[in-house]
Design a binder for this molecule. Structure first.
Ligand code: G4P
Length: 533
């Protein structure tokens, strides 16, 4: 009887979890929306807490000073909060495009996404890239169109642009009434209510008026005849142009509901959150090389999607962020580190509640926990209760910028190698070693990482290096069913070959043309732009 009761509780725990991330182009309002969501969840008490916390953190180390100067957030963190009896895990993603790879990895650990779009700017490059990653996994997406208190673009045009540019289907569940100085509020098609905007009062909760439908006479009373008429016309267009909202299609990633609001005014955020807790997916299954792991599977399993260096330079330890995929994680229990083939026990696993970290005794599928790491974890590592299987799906993408690493202090070669190994384990950059001469090449998505790496090598490892530009177009992982062909290709192209951290062969193409030539001349070799294929 007791065992049965325990099982039910675990199931209930799984079912009340909602793990998601917010993505946007920088400046669209991700941080502001995060803060308002945390306010609703009671995880923070005052507006401004998320930002002021960021600044405090920056001040604690030089490394973070780099970010502060550039006004970006490098660190990805997790914020947990409770809302309507749901346990919500919000995974923050760095907005700066140089850290896009970090965001891609974080997206492997979420079950859904909220995408913020600035109504003045519409779809921006970073949104486009991130959404491609969501589409690769059919991650369900809710769209929040922000900054309605500004003179933005026509809402229908925005929806058309989102559909065309991001190749997704949308369905408005709220609709703006006016915009900018004329912004009156939104009509919620989801809740059938009118939510009135009071520009002068950011602190007061928005006033929401339940109505029967869009023809209710209260609409005139509150927003005037002109706006009421326009709203009715537009709602009619919505109902005839867009399909009825079907939550099952949203869960399959086929349709994205759209909300309008103004995060800084805390407007439209409650509707977004209420709908989110209604429709967002519960923890989803994840694939290992052998099988599909269900969250309800009895045995514990999880994977590391992020490693965060301790920002206190006196302590070298790091925190590995682990997404729990199945079973119950328990403190002080032995778990199996699959890649290292050994047992590990964690005495201080942490959970994240907004800005706080707490030691926890147990955690459930959908949760993200922080494990103190003295250097045993790499991104993508799997922990299980004993089974030898690894989760798929945290590939490295071909970097965009490549540089040779030159050691400038030969007395510190060991430290440099250790530092490079650990920083690349964290995913700050990718390390390739040239086959012919063993020269080390770092590859990144953005130039900013090189500064971060140089700085951290010095301050955390006491090693110095300079970087030397190399003209490379892409790093391609190569494979072939014909092992002899693969071997002779590697020999023939030895000047352009390297190995990655896992000793996989990588072809370094100098230009689009040389890549194309290599592909044409070697049809039996497959060229991959990511490390998992
Ligand atoms: P990000 O994390 O996506 O980069 O964006 P963030 O929330 O930091 O917002 C970027 C800027 O947009 C901030 O202004 C923020 O106040 C503003 N903003 C967010 N939501 C709204 C909105 O609904 N309406 C308007 N008008 N502005 C909004 P900032 O001047 O860069 O910073 P701050 O000094 O206001 O903090």
């Amino acid at each position: 009887m007791q065992a049965y009761f325990f099982k039910m509780t675990t199931l209930q725990e799984i079912e009340r979890r909602r793990t998601f991330g917010i993505i946007s182009h920088p400046d669209a309002g991700k941080t502001t929306l995060t803060e308002k969501l945390l306010l609703f969840g009671g995880a923070i008490q005052t507006a401004g807490a998320v930002k002021s916390n960021k600044i405090k953190k920056h001040a604690t180390s030089d490394f973070m000073e780099i970010e502060k100067q550039r006004g970006i957030s490098v660190a990805t963190s997790v914020m947990g909060f409770e809302y309507k009896n749901k346990k919500i895990n919000l995974l923050d993603t760095p907005g700066h495009e140089d850290f896009a790879e970090d965001t891609y990895r974080t997206l492997t650990a979420v079950d859904s996404v909220i995408m913020v779009i600035d109504c003045v700017k519409g779809v921006e490059p970073q949104t486009r890239k991130l959404l491609e990653v969501c589409r690769m996994r059919n991650t369900p997406v809710i769209v929040f169109i922000n900054k309605l208190d500004r003179e933005g673009r026509d809402p229908f045009d925005l929806l058309d642009e989102i559909e065309k540019e991001l190749k997704i289907k949308v369905r408005p569940l709220s609709w703006p009434i006016g915009m900018g100085k004329q912004f009156k509020g939104v009509y919620s098609l989801y809740e059938k209510s009118l939510i009135l905007f009071d520009a002068g009062n950011k602190q007061k909760p928005e006033s929401s008026l339940k109505i029967d439908d869009v023809n209710a006479p209260e609409i005139e009373t509150n927003i005037g005849a002109r706006f009421a008429e326009k709203l009715r016309e537009e709602v009619e267009i919505i109902e005839s142009v867009y399909p009825q909202f079907n939550p099952a299609e949203y869960l399959k990633g086929n349709i994205s509901p759209v909300f309008f609001g103004s995060a800084v005014n805390n407007f439209g955020v409650r509707e977004l959150l209420d709908c989110f807790v209604d429709i967002a997916p519960v923890p989803q299954s994840r694939e290992t090389e052998q099988r599909e792991v269900q969250p309800t599977d009895k045995d514990f399993s999880g994977f590391v999607f992020k490693i965060h260096a301790n920002i206190d330079p006196k302590h070298r330890d790091r925190i590995a962020f682990l997404r729990i995929c199945s079973g119950v994680f328990e403190r002080n229990k032995n778990y199996f580190h699959v890649r290292e083939n050994r047992q590990l026990k964690f005495s201080n696993p942490t959970a994240f509640m907004a800005a706080e970290k707490n030691v926890i005794d147990e955690a459930f599928p959908g949760d993200i926990i922080g494990l103190y790491d003295t250097g045993v974890f790499k991104i993508g590592d799997t922990l299980t209760e004993g089974s030898k299987e690894s989760f798929k799906g945290i590939p490295s993408f071909s970097p965009e910028i490549f540089r040779y690493v030159n050691n400038t202090d030969p007395m510190k070669t060991k430290q440099l190698n250790k530092g490079l190994e650990q920083l690349t384990d964290e995913g700050v950059a990718q390390l390739f070693t040239k086959t012919l001469n063993n020269r080390k090449i770092l590859g990144t998505v953005g130039a900013l990482q090189f500064e971060v790496i140089q700085h951290r090598l010095k301050s955390e490892y006491g090693a110095s290096c300079t970087f030397e530009n190399i003209n490379l177009y892409k790093a391609c992982w190569i494979s072939s069913i014909d092992k002899n062909k693969l071997k002779s290709f590697i020999q023939e192209k030895s000047h352009h070959m390297a190995i990655d951290k896992d000793n996989k062969p990588v072809f370094l193409a100098e230009s689009a043309w040389s890549l194309q030539m290599a592909q044409e001349k070697n049809p039996e070799i497959a060229f991959h732009f990511k490390s998992e294929f």
